[in-house]
Design a protein around this ligand. Structure first.
Ligand code: HEM
Length: 543
């Protein structure tokens, strides 16, 4: 203990007592001030040290917490732009260090060389992995998006045969035509007649939901119709994907404890998964009932995916369980509904920002239709499949929208055996790898100085659409797990976009806030509020 060493003899007892107290108070503060100073100095040292890590490691690295404070900060704004800033400063790859008690450590990359290595060259060394599968299992089960090894291979093979069959292609062109002409256009026409603004993203989600249910399960949920009926499934599904993605930025022990205690986002997730399950169970029950009363000839006529899976046997020679069929349904809804609709929403927003590109698309559509031998400007225009295929500029504009706003903005893999990325990054067994598809579209090193501009021309050579390497344009993934619905998605998007653009000018409501939502797919956070105006006389453009 520190004691005063002064001579007190000239003071009275009271004075002595009073002085003694004030001396004690003084030394108490002095001692604590020293402690505070030491803490302050230590804090300043740690802060400077942590902030100095930023230059080398991309983000400040704090004792115990690692880079978590920066992640929390990034989550407050546009998470994808935040990742992009860090990756651009770090030449395309950086190592995220989470708190020591968490499972958040990972390597994040946007380098096409690494992507090719990961998705193709060393494909078996980079499965989705345990961490990803555990995190999304409650929602996606063992469906194709969340499966590795034989479980994935079996689904991939079956779905691939189906997706490449003539019967399936015919089904997809017919369903797009039917949905656009008997559902989408009447709903839009109604909005124009009543001069009301509406959420285009919601309408497109309804369109793609009905479409994927028709082609994948042979069921028409009638989600897109006049009056826009409430579909509890849609809300439940969006809530479930949002709550699932939160798990990726929460230490595993914390979200597992929240799930156990039924708290916060985990409570919401459990409730919304119930809504998702009810829909999928209903689809399966209806399908089984229909199949039980159909003749074998009728069954052969059916070309939807669910019917195909219902006719197959598992590795024990048993029909697939209802739980597995549920997983197939939920995964195909995620694949087919959310991707094309959000891509089209970003596309229409980009057209609003770049009206000269809308003019070029319109000119292309008109030129193609005028080439018809039986062209009659008075009959209502229904695009033919061969015309949709010829729309190169529209395909380029959609690809450009997907480059800037990929429907799946980030994806995930796990390292099986120690490896090294082509850029020299070391990968220890068990490392989680995030590939940032959103960032790839915004890297000057990949797309040049104008990478942030919406320029469909970059996809054209002599007026024809030229596709890019899947490891540079990764919106549809690449290698053995390349998107199975790519052709169908382009057809559906082109058919819907051309049918809308030919009839209407889409204007985004002034000051409508636009930004991405944190979810498995890149929804617009506030939807896309628009007004439509009928084109003065589209047939005039055609004469
Ligand atoms: C703009 C539209 C679309 C985009 C951007 C897109 C993108 C993607 C991406 C990035 C993946 C890889 C996901 C992963 O492994 O984590 C994927 C896989 C897949 N997509 Fe698409 N997709 C689109 C439309 C569709 C449609 C309409 C369908 C079918 C109805 C579909 C079916 C699938 C399937 C089955 C897989 C799983 C492939 C596998 O893991 O083997 N996609 N898609």
């Amino acid at each position: 203990m520190i004691t005063p060493t002064h001579n007190f003899t000239s003071f009275s007892d009271d004075e002595l007592a009073g002085n003694f107290l004030s001396w004690r108070t003084f030394f108490f503060f002095f001692r604590n001030a020293q402690v505070v100073e030491i803490f302050l100095a230590f804090f300043v040292f740690v802060a400077i040290h942590s902030l100095r890590q930023k230059k080398r490691q991309g983000l400040p690295t704090w004792p115990v917490l690692g880079m978590l404070p920066s992640l929390v900060w990034g989550l407050q704004g546009n998470m994808y732009e935040w990742i992009t800033d860090v990756l651009c400063q770090q030449n395309g790859t950086f190592r995220f260090r989470g708190p020591w008690f968490s499972s958040l450590n990972c390597v994040v990359t946007a380098d096409p060389r690494n992507l090719e290595h990961l998705l193709k060259t060393k494909f078996p060394n980079f499965p989705k992995g345990h961490y990803f599968r555990d995190t999304v299992r409650d929602l996606l089960g063992d469906g194709i998006f969340n499966a590795d090894d034989e479980t994935w291979q079996r689904q991939r093979k079956t779905a691939s045969i189906e997706f490449h069959s003539t019967k399936f292609r015919k089904l997809t062109t017919e369903s797009s035509l039917q949905l656009v002409h008997s559902r989408l256009l009447p709903v839009l026409e109604n909005a124009v007649n009543r001069s009301i603004s509406f959420d285009l993203q919601d309408i497109l989600l309804r369109l793609t939901f009905d479409n994927v249910c028709m082609i994948a399960f042979g069921v028409d949920p009638g989600c897109l119709s006049l009056g826009l009926p409430q579909i509890p499934f849609a809300r439940a599904f969006e809530d479930a994907t949002g709550a699932t993605i939160l798990r990726f930025v929460t230490p595993t022990c914390i979200w597992k404890a929240m799930r156990y205690l039924d708290l916060g986002s985990e409570k919401k997730l459990k409730r919304s998964i119930k809504g998702v399950d009810e829909f999928a169970e209903n689809v399966i029950k209806t399908r089984k009932k229909e199949l039980s009363v159909q003749s074998s000839d009728d069954k052969k006529q059916r070309s939807d995916l669910l019917t195909v899976f219902m006719g197959l046997k598992d590795e024990n020679g048993q029909p697939f369980s209802d739980k597995f069929l549920r997983d197939i349904c939920v995964n195909f809804i995620l694949a087919g509904r959310d991707t094309s609709s959000v891509a089209l929403s970003w596309f229409f927003w980009l057209l609003d920002q770049n009206p000269h590109i809308e003019d070029k698309i319109l000119a292309e559509i008109c030129k193609i239709v005028k080439e018809r031998e039986d062209f009659d400007p008075k009959t209502p225009l229904v695009f033919r499949p061969e015309e949709i295929k010829k729309m190169d500029y529209l395909q380029a504009a959609l690809s450009e929208a997907l480059r800037l706003y990929p429907s799946v903005p980030v994806d995930h893999k796990e390292v099986v055996e120690d490896d090294i990325f082509p850029d020299g990054s070391l990968l220890k067994k068990g490392t989680k790898v995030i590939y940032a598809i959103y960032t790839m579209g915004r890297m000057e090193a990949i797309w040049g100085k104008d990478c942030r501009e919406f320029k469909p021309e970059r996809w054209l050579k002599d007026g024809r659409f030229m596709s890019e390497s899947a490891y540079k344009f990764t919106a549809f993934n690449g290698g053995p797990r390349l998107c199975l619905g790519k052709d169908f998605a382009y057809y559906q998007m082109k058919f819907a976009a051309a049918s809308i653009i030919h009839r209407y000018h889409v204007k985004v409501v002034k000051d409508h806030p636009v930004g991405p939502k944190l979810a498995l797919t890149m929804y617009m956070k506030h939807g896309l509020k628009v007004n439509l105006s009928r084109r003065d006389n589209p047939s005039q453009l055609l004469t």
